[in-house]
Ligand binder design. Structure first.
Ligand code: AHG
Ligand code: MN
Ligand code: MN
Length: 332
């Protein structure tokens, strides 16, 4: 029996990227290690009574759950002492965490340590999202601007989904690979080789309760995919769990699109460009899909703020193109 563990796989990917120092491999190991620790905490969450809000709000003004803080502190603790990272942009921190000179390395990590927090209290799927970028500034110490890079600069990106199993999906720009955690031995084992969106778009995932607040082209597009038709086979099924990681993961495996469009009260949508949209867009493109803000490629947006938001539509390439044409020209 030949098992491909994530460690072996990452080593092969590093060689493919032409990197030889081992730093990149070790950085991905660090993230996999944090993922195992978060997974173990998630599995014990109910038992430990770790569930529940701390009473604080994060920089986005949303209620912070205990697991968010645990995941954020853990990842920052591991990454900032690893000597591989110089700056960390986290959804949970107002400013980028700048690693002091003695531990500073050459990579930048942007992350959503715990995605889908509202699912914690109801024991549903949650995740972790990460994006790895090269340091841009001169010298050893990073600046906050090192986190503000367009998605096309990403060297790697991925997510961990704490679902019915824990799965880590990542790409270094040579395809997308998924690993399932075997909790009995604590190893991520290759379970999804070269992941690609199926040609057929089976599902759409969006918070449809917001329909009345969407722009007209978005409403028309959703009307279109719900109408009966042969090509493509419509209506698509609707699936929405409210954690981008889990919705994206299902669509990647079964075929589908994920949307979080603008709304009257959210002119930039809800999702964060640097910690959610860019890493997922990188994976979408690597898996043969597309990712748009409605008006252009997400990964070409030049960020100006660590916490800026962006409307998102990603997944099946044909459907993303159709949505863009609705946004440009209106229905049909
Ligand atoms: P987070 O828990 O990191 O704040 O992210 C939640 C995000 C995303 O994962 C999900 O797709 C979306 O918010 C759900 O929003 P709605 O509840 O508005 O549908
Ligand atoms: Mn999130
Ligand atoms: Mn989060």
């Amino acid at each position: 029996m030949s098992l491909m563990t994530i460690e072996r796989h990452i080593l092969t990917e590093e060689r493919r990227m032409g990197a030889t120092s081992g730093t990149f491999t070790n950085l991905l190991y660090d993230i996999a290690l944090a993922a195992k620790m978060i997974s173990s905490e998630v599995r014990r969450a109910g038992i430990n009574n770790i569930i529940g809000a701390t009473g604080d709000v994060n920089v986005q003004g949303e209620a912070v759950q205990k697991l968010d803080i645990y995941s954020n502190d853990l990842l920052i603790g591991i990454l900032s002492r690893s000597e591989r990272v110089c700056a960390i942009g986290s959804e949970e921190n107002a400013e980028a965490v700048i690693v002091p000179e003695q531990w500073a390395g050459k990579y930048v990590v942007n992350m959503d340590p715990l995605d889908g927090s509202s699912n914690i209290g109801v024991n549903a799927s949650i995740g972790t999202i990460f994006s790895i970028l090269p340091k841009q500034s001169e010298g050893k110490i990073a600046t906050g601007d090192d986190c503000l890079q367009p998605g096309r600069n990403q060297l790697a990106a991925g997510y961990v989904m704490y679902g019915s199993s824990t799965v880590m999906v990542y790409s270094t720009g040579y395809g997308v690979y998924g690993f399932t955690l075997d909790p009995s031995v604590g190893e991520f084992v290759l379970s999804h080789n070269r992941m690609r969106f199926p040609d057929r778009c089976k599902y759409y995932s969006v918070n449809e309760g917001n329909y009345a607040y969407w722009d007209k082209p978005t409403r028309q597009y959703i009307d279109y995919i719900k109408a009966v038709g042969d090509s493509p086979a419509r209506p698509f099924g609707h699936r929405y769990i409210g954690a981008m990681v889990a919705d994206f993961h299902r669509n990647l495996i079964d075929g589908g699109v994920f949307l979080y469009p603008t709304e009257e009260s959210k002119p930039q949508g809800k999702l964060r460009l640097l910690v959610e949209a860019n890493p997922m867009a990188f994976l979408a493109e690597q898996a043969g899909g597309w990712a748009t803000s409605g008006t252009g490629r997400i990964m070409d947006i030049m960020p100006t703020d660590l916490h800026q938001r962006v409307p998102v539509m990603m997944g099946n390439q044909e459907e993303v193109a159709r949505y863009e044409s609705y946004m440009r020209d209106g229905a049909g």
